[in-house]
Design a protein around this ligand. Sequence first.
Ligand code: SF4
Length: 471
Amino acid sequence: MSRVREALGPDALLSYRLSLADLVADGQSWEEVVALARGVEAAGADLLNSGIGWHESRVPTIVTSVPRAAFTDLTGRLRPHVAVPVVASNRISTPADAEAVLARGDADLVSMARPFLADPEWVAKAAADRADEINVCIGCNQACLDRTFALRTVSCLVNPRAGHETIPLPRPTRRPHTVAVVGAGPAGLAAAAGLAEAGHRVTLLERRDHLGGQFDLARRIPGKEEFAETIRYFAGRLERAGVEVRLATSPGAGELAGFDDVVVATGVRPRRPAIPGIDHPSVLSYDEAMRAPDRLGDRVAVIGAGGVGVDVATFLTRHAAPDLAAWRAEWGVAADGGLAAPAPAPPARRVHLVQRRRTRVGADLGTTTGWVHRATLRAKDVETVTGAHYERIDDDGLHLRVGDRPRLLAVDSVVVCAGQEPVRDLVDDLAVLRVRPHVIGGADEAVELDAERAIRQGSEVAARLRGRGRA
Ligand code: SF4
């Protein structure tokens, strides 16, 4: 630090980033953190920017399930020990979060990174008292950090334009179309908002009585409540752009034929594998299980251990997302930022997570988030069964064959998370009427639930329609 200060001269601003809690065994003690901070200050730092954790740490610090501003009390503890400003970071997502950190006296300044990928107008909107219009980072890491570690172009799941800002934005249309967007999941929401903002007259039709599609399911998973922010953001854009929203309606092709354009964003339906007994009353799709959890018993087998299966297992074993104190206790974070013995709350149900593949459960989850999900399942005593063949489902439960050995999982309920199929009935019906719709999101491609692609495709529809039309 002394040499850097010497090289920079006295006028350049010099910020030093240090971890206030390594969250690894035998990491720095609090006394050592303070000593380092004071030493760095004495050597010429103008401000101390704080991070939390370390790459080897097994405590999550930035993913969705980490409560907002979970560690700023540590920044607050450091402040009295130094004279230079101390900066808080980690899971500070909204202007209200930042204001609360400052109001508590936890920091002199707040820093953030991912929120500016999610919304490059974050600061401008905050300054203009339009915080409710901010597209909030949901902490998923899918399109940013996971890409960084794969040396791919960084973008953002909720703002696919991030990293691609040089692609021209669609100009307002001179020939507005009437457009029906069918389906209000991420793809339909992005399409409806983008089209209306480009000047088209848009009607958004949704069969459920609420917006959100798969994001509405995701937000129900304890630790993924942030997904509600994206629904809120798009709902605001729809309203400001004058989109007519019709809920609880499933239009037939005939009702849509009068529109200039039809966007089919009808999403996916859970796939029902051909297992003997799949129609047994104990069997629910993941969709049904998450919308009506009171139909589930205390012992549950989950068929399919991809991203949805892991989420459902988390949903089944938790009553609700823990508050900050309970979250820190679950992960073993002591008051001084040191490690304590993790004390997870007991699981809400006994869950077995079963897959046909022999690979480890959740092998396809994100680089920076998969380990958190797997640790969460371990903490809830979820039994994982790999290499399973599904024999049948009956009153006794789920019968498997694992290798050469038969095995019965004596469960009350079986939840199927065996992939999904595109809902494209409307596409075929429209074809009969010689209407060629724009098909986006899960209705276009359902092999993997890919919210980033869905939102990107929705945003691209507006650009495609510019300049065309019947007028
Ligand atoms: S990809 Fe996810 S974590 Fe990354 S900036 Fe976007 S919303 Fe935030």
